[in-house]
Ligand binder design. Sequence first.
Ligand SMILES: C[C@H]1O[C@H](OP(=O)(O)OP(=O)(O)OC[C@H]2O[C@@H](n3cnc4c(=O)[nH]c(N)nc43)[C@H](O)[C@@H]2O)[C@@H](O)[C@@H](O)C1=O
Length: 331
Amino acid sequence: MTRRALITGITGQDGGYLAERLLADGTEVVGTVRRADGALERGGLAQLAGRVALLEAELGDADALRRAVDEAQPDEIYHLAAPTFVPDSWRDPRSVVEAIAGATGTILGAALERDGTRVLVVTSSEIFGDAGVSPQAEGAPMRPRSPYGVAKLAAHGLVGTLRSHHDRFFVSAITFNHESPRRPERFLPRKVSRGVARIARGLEDELTLGDQRAVRDWSHAADVVDGMVLALRHDEPGDYVLASGEPRTVGDLVDAAFAAAGVDRHVAAADGSTRDRVRVDPRFVRPPEQWPPVGDPSRAREVLGWRPRVTFEELVAEMVRADLALLDAAS
Ligand SMILES: C[C@H]1O[C@H](OP(=O)(O)OP(=O)(O)OC[C@H]2O[C@@H](n3cnc4c(=O)[nH]c(N)nc43)[C@H](O)[C@@H]2O)[C@@H](O)[C@@H](O)C1=O
């Protein structure tokens, strides 16, 4: 029998890679979107047209989410849809908790009504926050530092409690930062790849960023969705950190992007000094983390046999190449 998967948020960065991954192994794919008309084209996923079915469901609309589960009759649910830009969560904490924890509760509740439907919920390294330890494995203390992290921790908690109470195959994928040329530009790596590409083509002179000492653990989104599939299809349900395990600073990422574009980050100024093409704008600076969000992916490696294939340098180079190609195609 053909396996059927429901992906919430199919037009997001991860949704697109996951749909391609599942279609490639013969899984039928149904995805939720806010508005079906032209959704794949708007999401840069025209290649999926005719290959996936779309259902409309806003995260705040519990009835629509339940209907989507009923209509899709999925064997697997990948719950990806969520507001993802962390700074936004400070402005409207209630809506972020509703959209993340509320929708997770709805999806898990709907899955409980169906025999055997497995669910993977994407949570986040933001659940660890002031963990008191770095790198973080699945058992590290969880002390989130943002409303986004609190909401993701509630989602993570719902997965674990409902899994053990109802003895169901519910999984939390604790994803650390993951990127690709499909990442929206307000996230750092795409902002950098696009900015450096524009500098390389002479369209801009400078890149304006926040704190370059901030540490992150970056992987390629295509690798991370592979980990999700392995986790959901394993013999036993469990939670997994999906991360590279390698700490890098924002500055490392900027340097890698300039190197990939073949552009000097530092240029000679008229007075003979050197000028950095990267300028700090306090608007983009966030309070520093005492315990950097770096993952310990040992469990995913040992239990699932998962490891990221794309290196940090390859990821950044792919993003810069893609942004250069976009600029060249538009000119
Ligand atoms: C795991 C987690 O991953 C993502 O959240 P994020 O880490 O907040 O992602 P980002 O790309 O916005 O920031 C990365 C770092 O870069 C620093 N940074 C410096 N200068 C700029 C700057 O100019 N813009 C931005 N956006 N960040 C900057 C910023 O302060 C931070 O230290 C989401 O997918 C989230 O959904 C998620 O779950």
